[in-house]
Design a protein around this ligand. Structure first.
Ligand code: ATP
Length: 196
């Protein structure tokens, strides 16, 4: 069997340590050799303006550079427009020749609550296996019942960290140390991101 791959899509504005911990633990539990982070060009479920993709990708690259299993792919940025998971899984599954048993898609349980509003949800389930990480404040039981049997529930360390909170702290001049890796914090400071 081919080496399985875990795809982890997000806005990553900025990438924080909970993203990294969850990805690492998911990779161990699923036995995948590679985790591919996919920064969204324009995420469908976020109404606010997101930081320019070049900055988000640079922070992602800085965050994962010391982990041999972690890599990232610019497919959604290159495709442009609104980033739909179904398009990404179709593109990557066919590029890598992986079926739904070999291609995993990591999502936080909070994102999955609205799964039926995603574009082509049933097609997504034929392309990949959803791997779901719990998120503090989120109740697993609110996940759509139609997903039972298609979802692999992970045991990940609960970390109540969000990009929203990090942006807020940075804007208020408060410390974001340890919520993001040092290279990401340096990048944010150097580029003056999120400051007011
Ligand atoms: P924002 O606060 O800007 O909405 P976020 O912290 O939710 O951002 P995203 O980049 O939107 O980060 O998240 C990408 C994916 O990571 C989503 O599937 C989300 O559910 C998951 N995720 C983010 N933070 C956590 C966390 N602390 N624990 C588990 N999953 C998380």
């Amino acid at each position: 069997m081919k080496d399985s791959v875990l795809v982890f899509g997000g806005t990553f504005d900025p990438i924080h340590v909970a993203h990294l911990v969850v990805a690492e633990e998911a990779a161990d539990q699923l036995g995948v050799g590679r985790v591919v982070f996919i920064p969204a060009a324009s995420p469908p479920h976020k109404s606010r303006a997101v930081t320019e993709s070049g900055h988000r990708a640079a922070m992602l690259e800085a965050a994962i550079e010391t982990n041999d299993r972690f890599t990232w792919d610019a497919c959604e940025i290159e495709r442009g427009g609104v980033s739909f998971t179904v398009d990404t899984l179709r593109e990557l599954g066919s590029r890598w020749g992986l079926d739904s048993r070999e291609l995993f898609c990591l999502v936080g349980g909070d994102s999955l609550v609205a799964f039926r509003t995603w574009r082509e949800p049933d097609t997504i389930l034929t392309l990949a296996t959803l791997a779901v990480a719990g998120r503090p404040g989120f109740d697993d039981r609110s996940i759509d019942r139609s997903l039972q049997g298609h979802v692999h529930y992970l045991e990940t360390t609960p970390l109540a960290i969000s990009s929203t909170e990090i942006r807020r702290r940075a804007a208020e001049g408060r410390s974001i140390r340890y919520l993001v890796t040092d290279p990401v914090r340096d990048y944010i400071e150097r580029q003056g991101l999120y400051h007011g």
